[in-house]
Write a protein of this length. Structure first.
Length: 409
């Protein structure tokens, strides 16, 4: 109909924060939440405690329901978001303490304790949800939005609470990033540096709990855990260093939450949490495919290039020994490099490269004999030219020992 906004126009309007103040506030708040979740999730992942976030998220449900029941009995409306967050945080903290107590005081592992607490607390929450449905008070339907997330129709006060809480949590994560990184990688070294490992772990879990509770309305308690796990896992494809990984994870989390909130704002029935997780998973797949160092395409290309290097080296050594080359790929590589003619006869450049390959083999053999332990830990040694793998002075020393003249490079 004329005058009606198309789906694409509505999406672009929401994407550019032109769909109204409330929608823009929700979207920005979701992005801040996603950034905070990705950042704290990185440290939790490096600390190998990702399952704790699952226990925390599911343990929020009974506290959420109890807070709703208490507020409904006292005021007739149990949907005050600050009260719901307090109840959710209290039960999540209790669940976390129980997990800690079980794993420290019994022979059960932490994952077994998490499984027990998660199932019991979530089961209790489901029972309380059933009780809520029987209450004669308004807002029973609103509580279900905390299961899978719902930003459509969110009140301005709720959006402001989420945005401010996520911003404060993100600032705390930024301030504590260095002790978090040290404890995540090497707790013993962190203790030597004077860092209280136990207090740092508790602070990390407290911030994880805070981000989880803040994100209940946006992503839902069932799916908020994905926002703390998927962005850090995706970020791992892009970098090997902790601080860049935190930044990448925060960026991916922000993008996933922003786009998920934008899409969910297009229709009141769209579940925000599910859309955020789907966008996060799409970013994960994209990272897995195209990341320049660890992505599948980059690794496939690296394997192919290494295969070509191997065939080139074998072909050059065969030329140096006047051996017949039968392998089709080796012949193709040598032709493309200009080392042999179409009839298989070595060119002048091929003879020179073959002679250099023989000298390189002698250098590698001597290096392995002089430095067996170092050589054993080197990748592709004996395949890549030694000048690309070792410092120039080391190669020059090998040439001197072997009696080779000239510059090895």
């Amino acid at each position: 109909m004329p005058g009606e906004m198309s789906a694409m126009d509505a999406f672009l309007t929401a994407l550019l924060l032109q769909a109204g103040y409330n929608t823009a506030l929700v979207t920005v708040g979701a992005a801040i939440l996603g950034a905070s979740a990705g950042a704290i999730g990185t440290f939790v992942l490096l600390r190998k405690r990702s399952l704790v976030s699952d226990a925390i998220s599911h343990a929020t449900l009974p506290g959420l329901c109890l807070a709703f029941i208490v507020m409904a009995a006292a005021t007739g409306d149990g949907r005050w978001i600050a009260g719901l967050m307090i109840g959710a945080a209290a039960s999540a903290a209790l669940g976390l303490l129980i997990v800690e107590w079980i794993s420290r005081r019994t022979r059960l592992s932490e994952d077994a304790a998490i499984g027990a607490v998660l199932s019991v607390f979530f089961g209790l929450g489901i029972v309380l949800l059933t009780v809520i449905q029987t209450l004669e008070t308004g807002g029973q339907a609103g509580i279900s939005g905390y299961l899978v997330g719902a930003t459509a129709g969110m009140l301005r006060s709720e959006a402001e609470t989420i945005a401010i809480g996520a911003l404060v949590s993100g600032a705390a994560i930024f301030l504590l990033r260095r002790p978090f990184a040290l404890v995540s990688f090497d707790p013993e070294y962190a203790a030597v540096r004077g860092i209280n490992v136990r207090a740092t772990d508790l602070a990390m879990m407290a911030l994880l709990l805070a981000v989880t509770v803040i994100g209940l309305k946006v992503a839902g308690l069932v799916l908020i855990v994905a926002l703390t796990i998927i962005p850090p896992v995706a970020a791992r494809f892009w970098t090997d260093r902790a601080e860049p990984m935190v930044l990448v994870a925060a960026g991916l989390g922000a993008v996933a939450a922003y786009l998920g909130a934008v899409i969910s704002s297009l229709d009141r029935g769209l579940p925000t949490g599910a859309l955020i997780v789907l966008v996060a998973f799409a970013l994960f797949v994209l990272s897995m495919l195209v990341a320049p160092r660890r992505g599948l395409l980059a690794r496939s290309l690296a394997r192919r290039l290494f295969q070509i290097d191997v065939h080139e080296r074998q072909g050059l050594l065969a030329l140096a020994r006047d051996e017949t080359i039968y392998d089709a790929l080796t012949l193709r590589v040598l032709r493309l490099k200009g080392f042999i003619r179409g009839d298989g006869v070595a060119t002048l450049a091929g003879r020179g490269a073959a002679a250099e390959a023989v000298r390189d083999e002698a250098r590698w053999a001597l290096f392995r004999r002089l430095n067996p332990e170092e050589a054993a830990g080197m990748a592709h040694q004996g395949v890549v030219p030694i000048a690309r793998a070792l410092p120039a002075d080391v190669v020059a020393d090998l040439d001197r020992r072997l009696g080779f003249p000239g510059d090895p490079t």
